[in-house]
Design a protein around this ligand. Structure first.
Ligand code: TRP
Length: 466
């Protein structure tokens, strides 16, 4: 079985595929408005610290577990823990993948629809009119048929890529799409900076305003560090399992982090330079992309092209991420159940599309869930996964390495494929230990805080008097 496991074709291919997973809606849609609302560069600094302290060790941990076992999460945990209860961390990952993709696919469908909407000049009628833009968006998402059509299209593309396999599907798609995303983002940044008043956007995003930084924005930065690096559900274990022993895990992980961060910064710059140049509201939060941008693209020269390019890269970023999420489920059924790639992908891709339909309908006429639980089915899945399942998965992965696999074996795995031997291994071992303890501790604290808020209506920060 080990011999016929597919592997990445090249080191660059792996880095692009892994950063394709990392770069998604989180970078282009979520990061800019979070930074905008939480103190600009002050938020970015905290976010970068979180990426280095918590993100890097867990990313390395996931990649090492995957490469060491050459298996996807369930099989990997099973193998390394001699079939003890740790395999449930793997099952948690597969379930998180199911939950996340159910709503991620819906938003992926929106990006596709907005790409065509812009291409056919649909934004023109919205020029400068944020009320009608917001109305069009809410009419679209609450429609019973339209978003489902785009969801099916998006999920079909996702299944198509996965069925083609690791090398000629996932890797190939990332090799084509990631460079396009970077080039178009750079063009958008140049365009944004060339607009009169665009530089004010730079100031907004990059001037640290420490007074805007609250404890809750620090928590947000940490949660986002996890989400943006695709950690906590075994995506990187799965991608690591297609790696050969000759790969340098440390430099690959650093590359993924660097690309992910650069793309988030470029997206933030492109968006805020354009928003400021056109005098739009920079703090409009999550609606910034689908409601505000369509009103300002028609006002800049060549707006149809820029708007279409923007939504097109958002769509591609979402697609490469969605692929990495579905691959976790597909590889579980291939590794553990002996299914073929086609059967696993189609069965679960279709099932997730159906759950996604309910997500989409939950914002329209099928809103019973909201009536009963006071939250839409879509928001429920989003909160369940990003606030609880992913951080718990990430913290358990760190704990697994600390308590079961041993940091020493972990370090040995990382060092396979590293050429230079000029370092103090004992020092590195302690350093890794501290990082893993710190990350599981911090993440544990955050989950506790969330649970406290959920059950007692008040967060620990408030109780502590922040
Ligand atoms: N990282 C992606 C983003 O920023 C989303 C994503 C893909 C993800 N795979 C994941 C998030 C696994 C958590 C876990 O949009």
């Amino acid at each position: 079985m080990k011999n016929n496991r597919e592997q990445w074709g090249s080191r660059l291919g792996f880095i692009l595929a892994a950063s394709g997973s990392a770069v998604g809606l989180g970078n282009i849609w979520k990061y800019p408005h979070m930074a905008g609302q939480n103190g600009g560069a002050a938020f970015t600094i905290v976010y970068l610290i979180c990426i280095l302290i918590v993100g890097l060790p867990v990313l390395l941990g996931e990649l090492a577990i995957g490469r060491n076992t050459q298996l996807s999460p369930v099989g990997a945990f099973k193998k390394l823990s001699n079939a003890s209860y740790w395999k449930w961390v793997g099952f948690l990952g597969v379930s998180s993948a199911f939950v996340i993709l159910s709503f991620y696919g819906v938003v992926g469908g929106w990006t596709l629809r907005y790409t065509f909407f812009s291409l056919f000049g649909g934004f023109d009628a919205l020029s400068g009119n944020s009320d009608s833009s917001a109305k069009i968006f809410s009419l679209f998402v609450s429609n019973d048929i339209n978003p489902i059509f785009w969801l099916i299209l998006f999920m079909s593309l996702c299944m198509f890529i996965i069925i083609k396999g690791v090398k000629s599907g996932i890797e190939q798609a990332a090799k084509i799409m990631m460079p396009i995303i970077i080039v178009i983002l750079i063009l958008l940044v140049i365009k944004g900076l060339s607009l009169e008043g665009g530089k004010k956007g730079l100031k907004f995003l990059f001037m640290p305003k420490f007074s805007d930084l609250t404890p809750s924005s620090i928590v947000m930065a940490l949660g986002h560090a996890f989400f943006t690096l695709s950690l906590g559900m075994g995506t990187m274990i799965t991608y690591g399992s297609y790696l050969g022993k000759n790969q340098n895990l440390i430099s690959s992980a650093l590359w993924v982090i660097i690309l992910d961060t650069i793309i988030a910064m470029l997206a933030g710059t492109a968006i805020f330079t354009i928003v400021f140049a056109m005098g739009a509201d920079p703090s409009s939060g999550p609606g910034l992309i689908f409601e505000v941008l369509p009103t300002i693209f028609p006002q800049i020269g060549g707006g149809v092209i820029w708007g279409t390019l923007f939504f097109f890269i958002l769509f591609m970023a979402a697609l490469t991420s969605a692929v990495s999420i579905l691959e976790v489920i597909t590889s579980y059924f291939i590794d553990q159940k002996g299914w073929t790639r086609e059967r696993a992908t189609l069965s679960f891709g279709i099932l997730i599309t159906i759950v996604g339909m309910f997500c989409s309908l939950s914002m329209g006429s099928f809103n019973d869930f909201k009536i009963i639980f006071n939250i839409s089915f879509m928001d429920f899945l989003d909160e369940l996964s990003s606030k609880y399942m992913l951080p718990i998965g990430g913290a358990l992965t760190a704990l697994f390495i600390l308590s079961k696999w041993s940091v020493k074996t972990f370090l040995d795995e990382i060092l396979v494929g590293v050429q230079t031997r000029k370092f103090d291994k004992g020092l590195l071992l302690n350093f890794l230990k501290v990082l893993l303890i710190v990350s599981s501790f911090i993440v544990g604290l955050i989950i506790l805080n969330e649970l406290f808020e959920l059950f007692f209506g008040s967060s620990l920060q408030k109780i502590a008097g922040f």
